[in-house]
Design a protein around this ligand. Structure first.
Ligand code: AMP
Ligand code: ZN
Ligand code: ZN
Length: 312
């Protein structure tokens, strides 16, 4: 098998691109796909100050490496949920990567800020679960969405960047189609433009898969934590990913066409969401002033109030 680019020995098959790559040209393929997405969707200009949400997993860790190698200005931020060995290993991976980059001379080569769940919410996760009475993944998701948005706005960043890849986005798309979630479908875009109270949000990995990112992280020796969150066991999204993987295995490229055809042809039909109707449904939370669809308190501040009422 020969590399499509240099004709040297190839070790990596890319059926969906009808190509084979050697390690060097696989890495440049990933870099090209990233650049192409950033440019095509006008995600951010070269000098923009970016806030990258890093989980310690392969996607956001590899994205961190790709953006730094590409010369972008990136501050990384991590929320440590305090989920035992899983959270410890995740934080360790990103600290290791930052100290490796910083050891090359520039002490601020890879700035990263780590917040604990407790520091952001004022209670540990178990206590917050008692107060919130919601599934753990919903509580974790709510906290991450709210805090990452707020940190991006208050830090004056051009955009909040996350490591969602093509497998994540197509699994999410399938789930939302199966359950007729028009609100989520309308919001499913690689770029969410900024609106009052909402930071610009971008997903530069939408052309790359789980396998691509795993391989990139391995070849570039980017530390990452492979474990799954202890709360995510049995998540339906895993089933959706598996189903899509099976289809893509038989018909390479299906995942890409599913996602990009949706963006091009179906999503515009849902544009009511962006036309202002939804904006006018947003009020301001009486406690923190951030946008909410509710009267009174936003979901995050409601959690805070419940926490304050718990006996100490
Ligand atoms: P997930 O929902 O775990 O698939 O994560 C999707 C994206 O959210 C990741 O690629 C990160 O960019 C971001 N993210 C997830 N967990 C965290 C975390 N604990 N701290 C900061 N960012 C996170
Ligand atoms: Zn090659
Ligand atoms: Zn609030």
């Amino acid at each position: 098998m020969k590399c499509t680019v240099c004709k040297g020995p190839a070790t990596i098959r890319m059926p969906r691109h009808n190509a084979h790559f050697c390690e060097t040209h696989f890495i440049s393929h990933v870099q090209k796909q990233l650049k192409r997405v950033i440019r095509h969707f006008r995600m951010f200009p070269p000098g923009a100050k970016l806030l990258l949400a890093v989980s310690g997993g392969k996607d956001s860790m590899a994205l961190w490496d790709l953006l730094l190698e590409g010369g972008y200005k990136v501050d990384a931020v991590h929320i440590n949920g305090g989920f035992g060995p899983f959270s410890e290993a995740s934080e360790k991976a990103l600290r290791e990567y930052a100290s490796h980059r910083n050891s090359s001379g520039d002490a601020e080569a890879a700035p990263v800020r780590v917040y604990s769940f407790r520091e952001l919410v004022g209670a540990d996760f178990e206590t917050a679960l008692l107060a919130a009475r919601m599934p753990p993944c919903s509580l974790c998701g709510l906290t991450k969405r709210y805090m990452l948005n707020r940190l991006a706005l208050e830090g004056n960043y051009y955009a909040l960047v996350t490591g969602h890849n093509l497998d994540d986005e197509t699994a999410f798309l399938l789930g939302n189609l199966l359950h007729g979630q028009t609100g989520y479908l309308a919001k499913q875009q690689p770029v969410l433009p900024p609106r009052p109270g909402f930071a610009r949000k971008v997903k530069p990995l939408v052309r790359l898969t789980d396998r691509d990112m795993e391989l990139y992280a391995r070849l570039r020796a980017v530390p990452c934590h492979a474990g799954a969150c202890p709360h995510s066991e049995g998540a339906v999204s895993h089933v959706h990913k598996d189903v899509l993987q099976q289809i893509d295995h038989t018909f390479p490229g299906t995942k890409g066409s599913f996602y990009f055809q949706f963006l091009e042809k179906i999503r515009p039909a849902l544009d009511a969401w962006n036309s202002g109707d939804v904006d006018s449904n947003h009020r301001r939370c009486l406690r923190c002033g951030y946008p909410t669809r509710r009267d009174g308190l936003c979901q995050f501040c409601e959690l805070q109030e419940k926490l304050e009422k718990l006996p100490h």
